[in-house]
Design a protein around this ligand. Structure first.
Ligand SMILES: NC(=O)c1ccc[n+]([C@@H]2O[C@H](COP(=O)([O-])OP(=O)(O)OC[C@H]3O[C@@H](n4cnc5c(N)ncnc54)[C@H](O)[C@@H]3O)[C@@H](O)[C@H]2O)c1
Length: 249
């Protein structure tokens, strides 16, 4: 994966789980990483992992819902590491398994604001420079639940489906500037979001539904992200890659 050497990658929600794993793998492949998260402690740990791979990390603490704050901090990060070659829109929150009646306006707004508005906020901060350089990669994070739905957490399913829709639209809109837009749609991957206490029964049932017979690991998703970030995918745009063990085909 030598094509990542010296690239600058901004990953939102990089202080935990999948985002942290993406930062570790892409820095192993030679990328410098802008580690964005609302959680300073997690982001600092990710930055240490990037440094351990001999690459530079710039920590950017803030909320992906805060347009102005994000833009200001992104400018600082770009001054430190250079223009962003690859943006990974990864920040997200759990559905908490909520049923329809529990999903009030605030809960709905939080879910869509972090997932969907957050992707717009981060993309806005890097798009002009990608257009100027006629090069860029944007990788959004959907979910198998955005493709297939499930019995609880419809607000999560809706937000993740929206990310697939905007991936396809941005892929067409930004193609004239050679900006490629794709999405990963992870299956069941234990992370602090999903592997919460009291969820053992749900987890067993989910594992039983996976044709390959087991959950994935964060690295399974990071390799898909690395593919979309690499030279090898230069003719691929508007696609959804779902490492999910066969649970949604
Ligand atoms: N783990 C899975 O099985 C799975 C499956 C499908 C999709 N996903 C998606 O992958 C992404 C990463 O999930 P994860 O499992 O690593 O979860 P995680 O909770 O471990 O990581 C999510 C990160 O996003 C950050 N974040 C949350 N709200 C934020 C905000 N407003 N601004 C900035 N950062 C914020 C959190 O602090 C956290 O560090 C999410 O979008 C999630 O929906 C995960």
């Amino acid at each position: 994966m030598s094509s990542m050497a010296g690239k600058v990658v901004l990953i939102t929600g990089a202080g935990s789980g999948l985002g942290q794993s993406h930062a570790a793998l892409l820095s192993e492949y030679g990328a410098n990483i802008i580690v964005q998260d609302i959680n300073g402690e997690g982001a600092a740990k990710t930055a240490e992992m990037v440094a351990a791979n001999g690459m530079k990390a710039h920590v950017m603490i803030g909320d992906v819902r805060d347009s102005d704050g994000f833009a200001d901090l992104a400018k600082e990060a770009i001054n430190a590491l250079g223009p962003v070659d690859v943006l990974v829109n990864n920040a997200g929150i759990s559905s908490r398994g909520r049923m329809f009646e529990e999903i009030d306006d605030d809960i709905m707004a939080e879910m869509f604001d972090i997932n969907v508005k957050g992707a717009y906020v981060a993309t806005r901060a890097v798009l002009a420079s990608m257009k100027e350089r006629k090069a860029g990669r944007i990788i959004n994070t959907s979910s198998v639940f955005g493709m297939a739905g499930t019995t609880q957490g419809s607000h999560y399913c809706g937000a993740k489906a929206a990310l697939i829709g905007l991936t396809k639209a941005w892929a067409k809109e930004f193609a004239p500037w050679n900006i490629l837009v794709n999405a990963v749609a992870p299956g069941f991957i234990p992370t602090p979001m999903t592997n919460r206490p009291g969820k053992d029964e749900l987890r067993k049932a989910r594992i039983a539904s996976v044709p390959l017979g087991h959950e994935g690991v964060p690295d399974d998703i990071s390799h898909a992200v690395a593919y979309f970030a690499s030279e090898g995918s230069k003719y691929v745009t508007g696609q959804v890659l779902s490492p999910n063990g066969g649970v949604v085909i």
